[in-house]
Write a protein of this length. Structure first.
Lengths: 109, 869
């Protein structure tokens, strides 16, 4: 299986968390909150493109609101493969942090 | 707030929308608009605007990253197409790249020049706190600003003003004869200086201690260059050297004087040496350049007001008695080179006008090159139309096409940058040869400069590429694929405009060059009021005095048959003249005008062919003439307000050292003892042997080598310890125009290059027009048109453009050149003829360029051209 970048992992988890409400604006704002720093649409879309290519995310076209000058919302959902990948990533992280020796935990730069 | 206001700016939406991929896959405009409105509601319009433009720019960056990473195949394809196009259309590519490269090379050279001019004295440590203090001295009649000031100012500054961290004086004298054993030379860059000078200015020591080096009398600090010249590779510290027969001990070696300082040095002697000299202890002798360093955080405005009257406390009463006022003011050290222009500068100042003119010339030439590129790219759009159509059919988006074409122009401009560096490198020695301006290529090899060059050429590439890219990417696939593309009339008009702009610039440059050349010619041929031809001048330097024996010395030389006459003087035309206060005895209200002085013997006036308008010149048999009479020039007559030269005769003046009072015995016609940049100002002349520093020999140049050999042998017998030096008066006098003339020459070179680039473009355009009208020409010929008829048809439109360009360029050139000519007191008129000549020149060159293509097109056999597809 392909490794996920940290940004991809964050995006996957955000989409999963937002359930039905995951579209451009909400995803960007949530990712921004999680990362604690600004993320631009270009960066977000480039990462999403990777996830779409890998088949972890699928898009559905939603309705437009008046705020969007006629453009429809694009909603994102995780595919089973995406959920699986996120789960794998979670397992990998817990393993890493379990096996890590204590002195590194105490080591604060 | 109305509804329209709530949406993001249209331009931002348009750019977002251009990025097709993001728009189609992720609805970027929708997302951005929605969030924009949220931000407007929560944080106000301003932050929303900031936000949306931030998104616009970052999305452009991301989408180009994306096309590099995800669209790797397309990128390679673009590169391939670019290279193929360059290879296939060799002429066009050559014109594009050569034009760009030459234009950029000109810009690089100008950049080096401008950077050098602007870098003067910026290298000093804390240069923003270092100032030179100068004197604005007002008498009742004159107002003069002196760069050197009295010796008392520096100590006063240090004692009276706590804001001053350090102050130092430097006294620059005339050249000195420097001798060590049997090596002796005249050295020009000699000065006396306070040890504090090394605290104020940055002059790094290689050996010795900057604090102690100049504390004792007769100590000397020399530059590395001098050390090598006089001591070779041995250590000079502690050794002695003779300067004008005084012995100095060398206590330090400093790095060579940089080129970009107004105060160049080679030998720095201690100011202590002069201790006890009366000029060091008065408030009247303005001889010392005074530099000071302020403490950090001093309010300069306030301080300069305080120092303005710094001398009043000491000599205010006396000055008031004379009716004079002295004000001091500060000059930031880095402004001296370009902006000072006051009396007795340590070296001739630079001209800020040239910095401006050259910057514009550089920009214009680059503009010509850019216009070439735009012109040729759009003209060739017919060839690319099918490619564009094909790409669109298989799914290319407009944004992709735009980036493809922009990429191409970036590629061309970056390649050109590479070539232009090479061209600049090879052009520097040529420019040095032709103009004498030495440019330093290494100025460019600096990280910041290189990066800004690359950024600059990317910007140039974008600027030149954006119009063709928009035009090319706008083609409709159906139209282009069906039957090629006829160039639309709108594009055609645009191209005409571009050509007109190019040639207008060329005409302005040519008019400028011609007027400059005319002015220099005028200055060289203008009658100066004296004979400057066939005069050999021998300067007496290194402490030679001929006060006692000038008659013997003159006889020594003039006994040669080729030397008709000899005269001695304090200075020669083109060399500096000294300046003293002059007052008219018996008329107190007009006392103390400052006037130039010259001292010469009785042979000077006849030898130089100076005409007298009243009275008589000095005479050999009148012993009272020596230090007992004045000559004045016509300007002096006017300055004193006399109605005729005759009225001046017999009037008594008081002037010079010690204020001698003597009668005026004669009035000379005005002659140009200084260059033609300045008016002939009042001049007082006196027969004073102690001042004689130059021997002028009137020689017959038909026998030059032999005469020179004779002169040298006579010199050697008189002064075995001084090098024999000589110069010809005419070349020496004309050297005053050297810096202006250098600028004129380099301007000429750039003009030719500019015209060349414009013609390259025209050549490309003409060949394109001829090519695209091949069939039409064939049909015309079949129907009976003659070759001249077709050539006329093809060249007519170009002629029209060039004529229009002339009309636009003339007023601009007139305005600029009138301003330039104001630098000269005596100037040539701006003749309409010059404008017509430049117009015809440009027209001629343009027609030549075009006619080659036209004639070729017109002489093709119609049978062939009609078959051509």
């Amino acid at each position: 299986m392909k490794e996920l970048t940290v940004l991809e992992q964050i995006i996957l988890s955000v989409i999963l968390d937002l359930k039905e409400g995951a579209y451009g604006v909400s995803v960007r704002q949530r990712v921004k909150k999680v990362m604690g720093k600004n993320i631009n649409y270009g960066t977000l879309y480039n990462a999403l493109e990777q996830l779409l290519k890998k088949g972890y995310v699928r898009k559905t076209q939603g309705d437009s609101t008046p705020d969007r000058i006629g453009r429809s919302r694009i909603y994102y959902n995780l595919t089973p493969a995406g959920e699986n990948a996120l789960w794998e990533a979670y397992k990998l992280h817990t393993t890493i942090w379990k096996t890590i020796p204590d002195f590194i935990k105490n080591f604060k730069p | 707030m109305n509804k329209k206001d709530k949406n993001p700016p249209r331009l931002a939406r348009w750019i977002l929308n251009l990025q097709d991929h993001y728009e189609k896959e992720y609805s970027i405009t929708g997302d951005c608009c929605e969030e924009y409105k949220q931000i407007v509601r929560q944080q106000g319009k301003l932050s929303a605007l900031f936000w949306i433009w931030g998104q616009v720019f970052s999305s452009i960056v991301s989408s180009s990253k994306r096309s590099l990473f995800f669209g790797g195949t397309m990128f390679i394809n673009y590169l391939k197409i670019t290279l193929r196009n360059i290879k296939r259309h060799k002429v066009f590519s050559f014109i594009n790249i050569a034009g760009f490269a030459i234009g950029m090379a000109v810009c690089l050279l100008i950049l080096i020049y401008v950077r050098h001019e602007l870098s003067y004295d910026k290298y000093h440590k804390d240069e923003e706190r270092v100032y030179r203090i100068v004197l604005d001295s007002r008498t009742q009649t004159a107002n003069r600003i002196f760069a050197p000031i009295t010796a008392m100012v520096a100590p006063t500054l240090k004692n009276d003003y706590p804001q001053v961290e350090q102050a130092a004086r430097s006294l620059i004298t005339s050249s000195r004869l420097v001798r060590r054993d049997n090596t002796f030379f005249y050295e020009e860059r000699f000065m006396y200086a306070d040890p504090e000078l090394f605290d104020v200015l940055t002059i790094p020591f290689i050996q010795g201690n900057s604090q102690k080096a100049l504390t004792r009398p007769r100590t000397l600090v020399i530059s590395e260059r001098m050390s090598l010249k006089y001591f070779g590779y041995s250590n000079p510290i502690g050794e002695t050297i003779e300067i004008n027969n005084e012995t100095f001990e060398i206590t330090g070696i400093v790095v060579n004087s940089p080129e970009n300082t107004h105060l160049k040095y080679d030998l720095i002697a201690s100011m202590e040496t002069l201790n006890g000299w009366e000029e060091m202890n008065n408030w009247y002798s303005t001889m010392f350049y005074t530099y000071l360093k302020l403490r950090p955080n001093v309010n300069v405005e306030e301080f300069s007001q305080q120092v303005s009257n710094l001398s009043d406390k000491y000599v205010g009463e006396k000055l008031k008695e004379w009716g004079n006022t002295d004000h001091y003011f500060l000059q930031p050290i880095s402004s001296i080179h370009l902006h000072s222009h006051i009396r007795y500068e340590a070296e001739p100042s630079g001209n800020p006008l040239y910095v401006t003119i050259f910057s514009f010339v550089g920009l214009f030439i680059l503009l010509i090159a850019c216009l070439n590129f735009m012109n040729l790219s759009t003209a060739r759009s017919t060839n690319r139309a099918k490619e564009v159509g094909m790409r669109k059919v298989v799914g290319a988006k407009r944004f992709q096409l735009i980036s493809q074409f922009l990429g191409e122009s970036l590629f061309v401009s970056l390649i050109s940058l590479g070539f232009s560096m090479v061209i600049a490198k090879f052009a520097i020695p040529i420019i040095d040869n032709v103009t004498g301006i030495a440019l330093d290529f290494n100025q460019l090899l600096n990280f910041v400069v290189l990066i800004s060059l690359i950024v600059g050429s990317i910007l140039v590439g974008l600027a030149a590429g954006v119009y063709p890219a928009l035009v090319l990417s706008a083609f409709r696939p159906t139209a282009t694929l069906k039957r090629g593309l006829r160039s639309g009339s709108r594009d055609f008009a645009m191209r005409n405009v571009l050509v007109v702009v190019q040639f207008s610039i060329s005409v302005v440059l040519i008019v400028g060059t011609l007027i400059m050349a005319r002015q220099f010619n005028f200055m060289k041929n203008q009658h100066l009021g004296f004979e400057k031809e066939q005069k050999l001048v021998l300067p007496l330097r290194g402490g030679i005095s001929i006060q006692e024996n000038y008659e013997t010395v003159k006889d020594l030389f003039s006994k040669h048959p080729s030397i008709s006459d000899a005269s001695v003087s304090s200075t020669v035309p083109g060399r500096g003249v000294s300046n003293f206060g002059v007052s008219l005895v018996g008329e107190e209200d007009r006392k103390n005008q400052s006037m130039f002085h010259m001292y010469f013997d009785h042979d000077f006036v006849p030898d130089y062919g100076i005409e007298m308008v009243a009275g008589r010149a000095f005479q050999k048999d009148m012993s009272t003439d020596i230090a007992g009479a004045f000559l004045i020039n016509e300007a002096t007559v006017i300055a004193f307000g006399w109605s005729s030269p005759e009225e001046a005769l017999g009037k008594r003046l008081q002037t010079g050292f010690g204020g001698r009072v003597n009668p005026i015995i004669g009035v000379t016609k005005n002659f140009h003892y200084r260059g033609l940049q300045t008016n002939v100002e009042p001049l007082v002349m006196e027969f004073l042997p102690e001042m004689f520093r130059y021997i002028t020999l009137s020689i017959d140049i038909s026998n030059l080598n032999e005469t020179l050999a004779f002169t040298e042998s006579q010199w050697k017998s008189m002064y075995p310890n001084n090098p024999f030096e000589n110069f010809f008066l005419d070349t020496y006098f004309d050297q005053q125009y050297r810096s202006d003339e250098q600028v004129g020459r380099i301007f000429g070179i750039f003009t030719i290059l500019g015209l060349f680039i414009a013609c390259l473009g025209l050549l490309g355009l003409a060949s394109f027009t001829a090519e695209s009208r091949t069939k039409e020409i064939g049909i015309r010929k079949v129907l009976g048109a003659s070759v001249p008829c077709i050539v006329t048809m093809l060249t007519k439109q170009f002629t029209k453009w060039v004529l229009l360009a002339n009309c636009l360029a003339w007023p601009v050139a007139y305005y600029i050149m009138t301003r330039w000519l104001k630098n000269f007191a005596y100037r040539t008129d701006i003749d309409l003829f010059i404008f017509v000549l430049s117009g015809l020149l440009v027209l001629g060159v343009a027609l030549l360029t075009v006619s080659y293509q036209s004639i070729r097109a017109a002489t093709i056999n119609p049978a062939e051209s009609l078959r051509y597809e």
